[in-house]
Design a binder for this molecule. Structure first.
Ligand code: X8Z
Ligand code: ZN
Length: 614
């Protein structure tokens, strides 16, 4: 059926394009028919085609033929959407329609996105993003001990080589070397491309009646006060972040002594066990508040029990199924096309984990260079959350086959992972033994979670704050890198470990900047997932907000059909309703609100305040 669809589009497309678009004014019933039938079928088929081309390219990223196929598919897709837009959608006004779902679809269909560019410019934009992605995914650096190496022979790539050094090394100078070498090999090489990318993206935005690309991205959140809303979320959680930062800073000082200069209250960015200092879980051992109390060491259990990559995916799938949700083995089944480990056949691939919906109601895939460890186990749950969302909204029309807002999509798998990460659940699935539940052990566990979730918040916020300023022109190219570090200092309270200049382009050393992928979704998701988690815990009878004896962070909603029903109710709506309505379905509240984050971390916050004041 998939192949049939593609053949179908390939055959009719020249025909479609040959016809000079004559404008058609449709009444409500005619529009309904078009959207439910012809448009649904052809738009889904072209979407399949683009996704297949992109999949083939991203799993063989140095293959120029495959890149050319992406380009052709992108141009065909743009021609298709332009044609429909000119003929049917351009002049529609949502207010002219009665059916709320049609109104919502019209609002969406009026936008052409990058397809609004002429062919030459769209081709240039596509090539530019591909070139940046290619630099990012194929960048290599020499090992610390062999800095003059032959890159082709012994160069390290980000996954798994460079990330492993950053995660495990405790050598200040080695960390510094790797931190800088990665930025030299990735971001710095795409500075000029990024200018082209910004100009063309803005041109497309203007053609869609937006001021700039930042405004396009924010439009997805359907809130006139979006920037204010997220700033408020940050204000809610910043005090907790600052306590965590102070505590972790004192531990880093213990480890690195005089090498670490924190006299200005800022910490150097290379010491957090993560290339971007975005999550700090890899230094959990160092910052453990009670070294003698029980600790979670899932990495060890996974090795001891000889878990395979496939086992990790199946274990995650089992959790979703335990809630009565849809099995998703198809998405990690390699014979159905999935890529769940880094190929060893010489292909270069884009390793950054992703989940794919091929728009045909049948094909869903995960692409990930998985390693057997706890961090990747959690990422698998994250990706499986995307897949579950795809499956749940599969029956919606194509315009609604999206998250209620982009943050929802990023939050689902993480919500599941909050439950999976509890000692209670890890014991149930035999990945944790002899855990002694005490105040000390629960502070240790909360610290692990804070190193992931609270540490992430300012990073999740600043990437798009920076890009919004870049797109709007508030910061000029000559100041791009300096501005990046202003935000890193302002929000994360971290600084570069070596001098930076405008020869560098440190934002480009992060996948989503190189790959044209918006990021504020993750910030929103880090709030939303705690709202979802709390609600599912209540639903499962695992948490009662009035009972202060059972803390929120202990809840495991595994096997709760009631929790599964709640999730399904929200996910199956896709983007057919405003996200605040979907949020209400899932949590009873219509507002983004970080109070569930604070409720979850309450005991740790108390602990940190007391420790830090001494
Ligand atoms: O990119 C991702 C996912 C794929 S949507 C692996 N994440 C962000 C990142 O890696 O920077 C998940 C958390 C934040
Ligand atoms: Zn994701």
């Amino acid at each position: 059926m998939k192949n049939l669809n593609i053949v179908f589009v390939a055959n009719i497309l020249p025909l479609l394009l040959a016809i000079t678009p004559t404008k058609c004014v449709l009444n409500e019933q005619e529009l309904k028919n078009l959207l439910a039938n012809e448009y649904e079928r052809t738009a889904s088929a072209i979407c399949t085609k683009v996704n297949e081309a992109e999949w083939n390219y991203e799993t063989d990223i140095n293959n120029h033929e495959k890149e050319q196929i992406v380009l052709n598919a992108t141009l065909q897709s743009a021609a298709f959407h332009k044609k429909y837009w000119n003929k049917y959608f351009k002049d529609l006004k949502p207010e002219d329609f009665q059916d709320p779902e049609i109104k919502r679809q019209v609002k969406d269909l009026k936008l052409l996105g990058d397809s609004a560019l002429d062919e030459k410019k769209l081709a240039e934009l596509t090539k530019t993003v591909n070139a940046m992605t290619n630099i990012y995914s194929t960048a290599k650096i020499c090992p610390y001990k062999d800095q003059q190496c032959d890159l082709a022979k012994s160069g390290l790539s980000l996954e798994p080589g460079i990330e492993a050094v950053i995660a495990k090394s405790t050598d200040y100078d080695e960390l510094l070397y790797v931190w800088k070498a990665w930025r030299d090999a990735s971001g710095a090489k795409m500075r000029n491309l990024y200018r082209i990318y910004v100009d063309l993206s803005n041109e497309a935005a203007v053609a869609n009646n937006f001021k700039d690309k930042g405004e396009v991205w924010r439009y997805g959140y359907e809130s006139k006060t979006f920037i204010q809303d997220i700033d408020e979320l940050w204000n809610q959680v910043e005090p907790l972040y600052l306590e965590l930062h102070k505590y972790v800073g004192s531990k880093l000082k213990e480890r690195f002594g005089d090498k670490l200069d924190d006299s200005d209250g800022l910490l150097p960015a290379h010491l957090f066990g993560n290339m971007w200092a975005q999550e700090w879980n890899n230094i959990a051992q160092l910052v453990k508040p009670f070294p003698n109390a029980s600790k979670i060491d899932v990495d060890k259990a996974l090795i001891e029990q000889k878990y395979t990559i496939l086992d990790l995916f199946q274990t995650s799938d089992n959790f979703y199924k335990s809630l009565g949700l849809i099995p998703s083995d198809i998405c990690y089944n390699t014979s159905a096309g999935a890529m769940i480990e880094k190929p060893t056949d010489g292909r270069e691939v884009l390793c950054h984990a992703s989940a794919w919906d091929f728009c045909d109601g049948k094909n869903y895939r995960i692409k990930m260079c998985t390693e057997v460890n706890f961090e990747d186990f959690i990422t698998i749950h994250h990706e499986m959350g995307h897949i579950q969302y795809f499956l749940q909204y599969a029956k919606q029309p194509i315009t609604f086959r999206e998250g209620a807002n982009p943050g929802f999509h990023e939050a689902i798998g993480d919500t599941i992972a909050l439950s999976v990460s509890t000692p209670k659940h890890l014991e149930k699935i035999n990945l944790l033994k002899n855990y002694n539940n005490s105040y000390e052990s629960s502070i240790n566990t909360l610290m692990d979670m804070a190193l992931q979730k609270i540490a992430f918040l300012p990073f999740g916020l600043l990437i798009d704050k920076w890009r919004w300023d870049v797109f709007s022109g508030a910061v000029k190219p000559e100041q791009w890198n300096a501005h990046w570090w202003e935000y890193r200092k302002k929000y994360q309270k971290i600084k570069p470990p070596v001098a930076r200049s405008e020869e560098d382009f440190d934002p480009g050393a992060k996948f989503h900047v190189a790959g044209d992928s918006e990021y504020i979704a993750y910030f929103v998701a880090h709030t939303l997932q705690f709202q979802f988690y709390k609600s599912l815990c209540v639903e499962a009878g695992e948490y009662n907000p009035d009972d202060k004896n059972v803390p929120l962070h202990n809840c495991d909603f595994y096997e709760s059909k009631a929790a599964g029903d709640k999730l399904r109710e929200g996910l199956s709506l896709g983007s057919s309703k405003h996200w605040s309505e979907v949020l209400e379905v899932m949590t009873g509240s219509r507002k983004l609100d970080a109070s569930a984050v604070l409720e979850y971390f309450e005991p740790l916050y108390k602990f940190l305040k007391e420790k830090n004041s001494k």
